[in-house]
Design a protein around this ligand. Structure first.
Ligand code: NAG
Ligand code: NAG
Ligand code: ZN
Length: 521
């Protein structure tokens, strides 16, 4: 989700942000060319300042395509031209100008008219990228899900799957006039492209890179599959869920050599530029808390109404928030160790603690305490909870028979949906017993009613999503991506080629789990 709607990520140095559109295209080209031949010799010298193989946060040499070296060089030259920048800007801008808003709780495709906004976007892709649409096979899944197959010549190679989503979050009517440039203007101010979707995620969905490869008659050896969802911002239940089933049906389980989805940030941290591909995504869980109590007239009230009891339950939850713990080997730990190893300006106390945290429990605790001061890192490290909705009562002189709240959880990678629900149940059952309430969790009886006249507490889970499996950062697909990002950066920036600066790849983790449902099973 892009709160400001600009095609820029916080902390990115301006020259990179300026050229994001073409840079993203070059990365896609490199990836498509590169995945055909894992691990080819480097073409650019590694910057002397960047050691490749320390014990923690090892880096890849820039990986450049070898057998397809001619394509790579030609496209690298093309991408450096102003004419190409103009073309890439125009292509991203025109995609941003087509609103494809996703709302919560949409009715199925064919029923809810708001899905119709997807049609013009799909038509636009077909017009803007004609070669893609004659050379690749396009299957539409649940009408608006796009499943492209770019058939490779060697069918013994597992295909690569590139994913994205072309929907955006709605623009709140009240905030529409607060935009510097309107959210669907796609305005290019010479530096940034403005508008919803410019960074999340239409820059991944436009087919600039493949069209450029096809213009040069490139034909892949390994099959390339594209899967673009249309309701990622509401969980992907109408798009990605159907696409995953279609991919599974077509290719079978464990059939891809590599899956790349959104979730690649760039940030300058501690004086160093980091590329941060997410290797993990937190889980998600809503726990609905519902209290049912006898009604009656408010003139003869019991000691506690359902609203009062719900309030006490919420206080109980908030007084006992989950305590995040930094675990050795977790994605956040790996990321922080990269910052410690590669960051030029990390304060020495934190740096020292992080570099010893793998072996010393004391250093781990020190590192944890320092990292938890940062609210974003704190949220990444542990399971979070937020009471986000509440209702109860219908009339000022009637006892409320029902009170209801929703706790939204983002589940730590080392935890699970069940463990999170279990924690809520354990926190609340004692208090519920004091109120003489029966307790159920997902319909299963936890505490029977001592006296049914008091009422019931029911916990129900919704929108369950387990944390995504963690991608090992030493596995070939991650290393290929890392080496490709470095090669792309080297190709795109003179100061990097001259050794004045460089980019470090750190495995990272996404704060929400907005993209998790896009993963093919
Ligand atoms: C979660 O708990 C439910 C009910 O206790 C059980 O049926 C289910 O198998 C559990 N799921 C996992 C992934 O452990
Ligand atoms: C729960 O029930 C017991 C036994 O009937 C009663 O003494 C007690 O006051 C009740 N607690 C509440 C909070 O109403
Ligand atoms: Zn997104």
């Amino acid at each position: 989700m892009d709160s400001k709607g600009m095609a820029v990520l916080p902390g990115v140095v301006p020259p990179l942000a300026t050229r994001r559109a073409r840079w993203a295209g070059l990365l896609a080209v490199a990836l498509i060319l590169g995945v055909l031949y894992f691990f080819v010799p480097l073409e650019y010298p590694a910057t002397p300042s960047l050691k490749i193989s320390p014990p923690v946060c090892p880096q890849e040499y820039p990986l450049t395509p070898q057998r397809n070296g001619a394509f790579w060089r030609e496209l690298t030259d093309l991408y450096a031209t102003d004419a190409f920048l103009t073309r890439a800007v125009e292509q991203l801008s025109s995609a941003v100008q087509i609103p494809t808003e996703t709302f919560d709780e949409m009715e199925p495709v064919g029923v809810d008219e708001r899905w119709l906004s997807r049609g013009p976007f799909i038509d636009h892709l077909a017009t803007a990228y004609p070669l893609v649409h004659t050379s690749l096979k396009l299957q539409k899944v649940n009408t608006y899900g796009l499943f492209y197959t770019w058939q490779g010549s060697d069918t013994t190679l597992k295909p690569v799957l590139l994913m994205g989503h072309y929907d955006v979050v709605p623009v709140a009517p009240l905030s529409a006039d607060q935009w510097t440039h309107p959210p669907y203007s796609g305005h290019f101010d010479g530096k940034f492209i403005w508008g919803r979707g410019s960074s999340d995620d239409k820059s991944s969905v436009i087919e600039t890179a493949i069209e450029a490869l096809l213009e040069r008659k490139f034909a892949p050896t390994r099959t390339v599959v594209l899967s673009f969802g249309f309701d990622e911002e509401a969980g992907g239940y109408h798009g990605a869920q159907y696409l995953a089933a279609a991919l599974l049906d077509r290719f079978g389980p464990n059939s891809f050599s590599m899956i790349v989805d959104e979730g690649l940030g760039f940030q300058e941290n501690y004086g160093t530029i980091f590329a941060l591909p997410d290797i993990a995504e937190k889980g998600h869980l809503n726990v609905e808390i519902e209290l049912q109590t006898p009604g009656g007239h408010s003139s003869v009230p019991p000691g506690h109404t359902s609203i009062g009891m719900l309030a006490a339950l919420i206080v109980q939850l908030e007084s006992n928030a989950p305590v995040p713990t930094l675990q050795v080997g977790s994605p956040v730990f790996e990321m922080a160790q990269c910052f410690a190893t590669r960051g030029a300006t990390m304060p020495s106390k934190l740096k020292h603690a992080l570099l010893h945290a793998g072996k010393s429990p004391k250093a781990l605790k020190t590192a944890e305490a320092l990292l938890l001061k940062d609210p974003v890192l704190k949220a990444l490290i542990g399971t979070t909870q937020a009471v986000d909705m509440i209702t109860g009562g219908v009339k000022s002189n009637a006892l409320p028979e029902q009170a209801w709240a929703v706790v939204n959880h983002r589940i730590a990678t080392q935890s699970s949906v069940n463990e999170t629900l279990q924690r809520d149940v354990e926190l609340l059952e004692g208090l519920a017993a004091r109120f003489n309430l029966s307790v159920t969790a997902n319909g299963k009886l936890i505490t029977p009613a001592a006296d049914a006249t008091y009422g019931s507490l029911a916990l129900t889970t919704r929108q369950e999503l387990e944390p995504a499996p963690v991608t090992p950062s030493n596995a070939a697909p991650f290393r290929l991506l890392a080496g490709t990002i470095r090669a792309t950066f080297h190709a795109a920036r003179k100061d990097v080629r001259e050794g004045k600066t460089d980019i470090v790849i750190a495995p990272a983790i996404g704060p929400g789990n907005s993209g998790a449902s896009e993963l093919a099973s």
